[in-house]
Design a protein around this ligand. Structure first.
Ligand SMILES: Nc1ncnc2c1ncn2[C@@H]1O[C@H](COP(=O)(O)OP(=O)(O)OP(=O)(O)O)[C@@H](O)[C@H]1O
Ligand SMILES: [Mg+2]
Length: 305
């Protein structure tokens, strides 16, 4: 029977967007497609692996791990992709079947009728996640977690219903309970707004990784990856990597995030109706121009590029 905690769209409990079996080749591709600073992926994977090796063995009085990793950084820097890819990687590390990924949609909870957010959050953490995970090792993606773990010290009681405060309280209480009872759970949370997160939430994270805008080497790898990927379909585009003008196009990308760099290439492919009709005609000058335009647009919008 469906009740108020059931997601009517697909029969999943309210707040759960999707459940996948791991490993998943699509997620492996995502992980490989994201270029971040040296050592960041290794650090993420190591922390995630430790979650599943150590937590069931060592008392929390010795090492109070909560099983929460947080990725923070500007929009479009690859946080969600890394979180999804990490789930796949950690499952592969153990070479055992049975790992799962549960994707939570915090907006489904926060959009609950006024006064019901706290209840929805409690139900998700205390019942739905427990029953979905069972005893199987499970990674839970909490994307845009600032919706759930709102910084209570910044909330005015006038503008925000007490329910929002209580929803954050509920998240914290439930995280403590799950940390105690479910060492086979790992939460991977992402946020664009670390300053909007409640400090008590951040303090429960076992690792906080900052994913910044790519530096020039990062831009080179992202642009190169994108251009080489297009080269699979349009061989002339693949030959642009390392050609004269490539370095200048890379330099024009500095200040853009990874998503914006890939979108600038997309804009370059649409720089004229002729190129759009035959994308293999795109030039490095087109890509350079599109990256410059993206940076200007960002500046005009008050961004930092
Ligand atoms: N560091 C990166 N390396 C390569 N590609 C990247 C990188 N960052 C972003 N991208 C590209 O941008 C797309 C969007 O990335 P993703 O959604 O993971 O970013 P995000 O940080 O979660 O953004 P948001 O904060 O807006 O949710 C990815 O699919 C990828 O193609
Ligand atoms: Mg994201």
């Amino acid at each position: 029977m469906l009740d108020s905690t059931t997601n009517l769209r697909d029969g999943l409990p309210k707040g759960i967007h999707r459940i996948r079996a791991l490993p998943d080749p699509q997620l492996a591709l995502l992980w490989d497609s994201i270029h971040v600073g040296a050592g960041q992926k290794e650090q993420l994977l190591s922390q995630a692996v430790l979650n599943f090796t150590l937590r069931a063995q060592v008392p929390r009085t010795v090492l109070p791990l909560h099983g929460v990793i947080l990725l923070v950084g500007p929009p479009g820097t690859g946080k969600t992709s890394l979180a999804l890819g990490l789930a796949d990687r950690v499952a592969r590390s153990f070479k055992s079947n049975g790992f799962r990924l549960v994707e939570v949609d915090p907006h489904q909870l926060a959009n609950s009728a006024l006064g019901k957010t706290q209840r929805a959050v409690s139900d998700l953490f205390s019942e739905a996640l427990r029953s979905v995970a069972g005893s199987a090792p499970t990674v839970v993606l909490l994307d845009e977690v600032e919706t759930l773990a709102v910084d209570r010290s910044r909330l005015s009681m006038d503008a925000n219903p007490i329910d929002v405060h209580r929803a954050t309280d509920a998240v914290l209480v439930q995280l403590d309970l799950l940390a105690e009872s479910n060492p086979n759970l790992l939460f991977v949370a992402t946020s664009n707004f670390p300053q909007a997160l409640d400090e008590a939430f951040t303090s429960r994270c076992d690792l906080v990784i900052e994913v910044p805008l790519p530096d020039i080497e990062g831009c080179r790898r992202i642009l190169g990856d994108c251009v080489l990927g297009l080269g699979q379909t349009y061989p002339t585009i693949g030959r642009l990597v390392g050609a004269e003008g490539f370095d200048a196009a890379v330099a024009a990308c500095v200040g853009l995030d990874g998503r914006a760099i890939r979108k600038a290439v997309g804009n370059a492919l649409a720089s004229s109706p002729e190129t759009a009709m035959d994308p293999g005609k795109v030039t490095l000058a087109d890509i350079h121009g599109a990256a410059e335009a993206a940076r200007k647009a960002r500046l005009a919008a008050g961004g930092k590029a």
